[in-house]
Design a protein around this ligand. Structure first.
Ligand SMILES: [Zn+2]
Length: 104
């Protein structure tokens, strides 16, 4: 998932026990919503199933759909813009300070 530029995803696993069966349910969370799930009796298999389903889903998704789900790229661009503006403001403030100092 990281190759899509997403920094906010994780896998959660939870063990469940019924009266005579036990299984592990793993969920791939993307931006706090369940993206894919995998269920198996062994946690390792459950993780693999969840990851496989996630990859499967991603493969079928268009870039547009993906952007609806993940806004990391947009956020990164916004952050970069804010940083850029911050830099400009600081430079401007410095220039003003120097101006003020020079005029005294
Ligand atoms: Zn993301």
């Amino acid at each position: 998932m990281t190759e899509y530029g997403c920094t906010d995803w994780r896998i959660f696993c939870q063990e469940y026990k019924d009266r005579d069966t036990a299984y592990v349910l793993c969920a791939v969370m993307v931006h706090d919503s369940v993206f894919a799930e995998g269920k198996a009796s062994a946690s390792k298999n459950a993780r693999v199933n969840a990851a496989r389903q996630a990859l499967d889903k991603l493969a079928k998704m268009s870039a547009e759909d993906y952007k609806k789900l993940c806004n990391c790229e947009t956020l990164l661009q916004q952050e970069a813009k804010i940083r850029e503006e911050e830099k400009e403001r600081k430079l401007l403030a410095k220039a003003k300070m120097m101006e003020a100092a020079g005029s005294v």
